[in-house]
Design a protein around this ligand. Sequence first.
Ligand code: GTP
Ligand code: MG
Length: 192
Amino acid sequence: MIVKNPKFEISAVSEKQYPKSDLPEIVLVGKSNVGKSSFVNTMINRKNLARTSNTPGKTRQINFYNIDDKFYFVDLPGYGYSKMSKKEQIISGKFIEDYLSKRNNISLIILVLDIRHKPTEDDFLMYEYILKTNLPFVVVTNKADKIAVTKVDDAVSVIKEYLGISYSPIYPFSAERKIYLEDIWKEIEKYI
Ligand code: GTP
Ligand code: MG
């Protein structure tokens, strides 16, 4: 898909700040620093519309990006950043849970994992939570540029096996190298 006019719309901390819109929402979830905000930038071909950082815990609120008035990318705060204070972790967790449990127009959840690592305990909790929502989801294993091209398929299979995914798609990705976009766009296009 060619994105023409992506716009940052709002950073929300509560339900009443979510856009008054029933456009479909494609939501990014995953642990801190895994590349959710980078994913958004790469998919829409913008360098820094979504703010990214080397330091985990960059995205602290729920950021809505209006994509050509067709759908929203919703960039959630990451979980599992141990250097965040307990209070901040609870607040981020509440933002995530409120959004996922209250928002009616979520059309697809994208769970972002790191292709190099087996899913963490928090990833499993999130995965189980997603299953319980019964919403469509795909898994994206990011940072594929950090392993040899010849190892990519195996790494994806290993993560797939860990999660025990049988029916939902799982794709490699590299926000950094901007590769493997097409399959994920095809998936997103089914839901917008
Ligand atoms: P939080 O907002 O803290 O939840 O993090 P996030 O998941 O939004 O991660 P973010 O996009 O800010 O990226 C974190 C760091 O990983 C940044 O330094 C990115 O440049 C880097 N990064 C993201 N994607 C990739 C990738 O595909 N490959 C490599 N090598 N680095 C990446
Ligand atoms: Mg972020």
